[in-house]
Design a protein. Sequence first.
Length: 364
Amino acid sequence: MTKHVLVLGGDGIGPEVTAAAEAVLRTLDERHGLAIAFEHALVGGACFDATGQFITDDTMRRAKAADAVLFGSEGGPKWDSLELTGPPEARSGLTRLRRELELFANLRPIRPFDAMLSHSTLKPEVVKGVDFIIVRELCSGIYFGEPRGIERKSDGLLHGFDTQDYSEPEIERIAHAAFALARSRRKKLTSVDKANVMESGILWRRTVTRIGERHYPEVRLDHLYVDNAAMQIIRDPRQFDVIVTDNLFGDILSDGSAMITGSLGMLPSAALGAPREDGRRPGLYEPVHGSAPDIAGKGLANPLGAILSAALLLTHGLGRPDLAGLVEKAVGRALDDGVCTPDLGGRAGTSQVTAAVIEALGQI
Ligand code: NAD
Ligand code: IPM
Ligand code: MN
């Protein structure tokens, strides 16, 4: 049966890196008969310039119908400085996709490749063997809470305000996703919150603890405050297996963790919803990085975060973890051969790195 993959390249280096990921998927499709039908549409600033919206209703419909969405990145100085109002879904195609497809579970794996250990900003002996996954809640929290706004209040002063708000069921569903993942790995879950200061953190901690005690007694659960968690990730990242945290803390901790791998350009992600009645699981796959305006259009973007996101798409969207394993091996081979972009200290461009991965795929 045909599998529909909607490719949304977006802005800046987004289209450059999704083209690389698509090329890898096409190679596997030819070889393994995956019957992928690729579709393309605009998103982000590119879409805003063409239509006045960051994503169109038609593209939303196609995203909902697709087996998987392959996303690049959106945004850039031209659009970030627009003074837009309304909920985040009206101001960002990516946020609307996450919210309307209910992609609440964002998996962000942190696993450095051996060839890049010496390129990490941390010592090689600290990062060798690191293998953890940040499970970031993606549909709620301070990104979406109401009220929010910029208003002159009764004190006569202009206030900018946001609301951190988590319902109990929202915490329960991300806790289940994280515990189930930990159970399939090294059975260790670290929940990260700010329960010493925030009410939402108190409910978060209480709920995660209850879900663990009732449903996942075999998983060891620890709690960390987010400030300590940020330090622990830098001090000894090998101590972690699965980290579950809220929308904002997960965003920040993942960019920081990227340097374990040597570059933000290396990190992939999968944003997953609950399985549908027909067993399919909605999913959007994208590198963790943004549109990198400083290097866009130069052919220098590291495509590996996007290519590794295609590997997550193979696992979670197309049910082919075996092929995902091949992609990861091929990336390792390309790096072993010293083919990498300048962010990793190399001299290769996006297309050379992509070609090296595709060539390595043919040799595995
Ligand atoms: P960024 O991730 O775009 O870039 C941060 C730094 O990392 C830059 O120096 C950039 O050159 C480098 N970098 C990022 N990806 C790279 C890659 N693949 N290869 C080599 N170097 C890479 O973050 P920013 O500069 O804070 O944001 C730029 C724009 O992207 C903003 O509009 C922001 O809102 C948007 N953004 C979008 C997403 C997304 O679509 N998922 C994520 C983050 C930021
Ligand atoms: C990410 C990005 C997004 C986020 C932005 C672009 C809305 O930083 O995917 O990590 O904050 O979630
Ligand atoms: Mn981010």
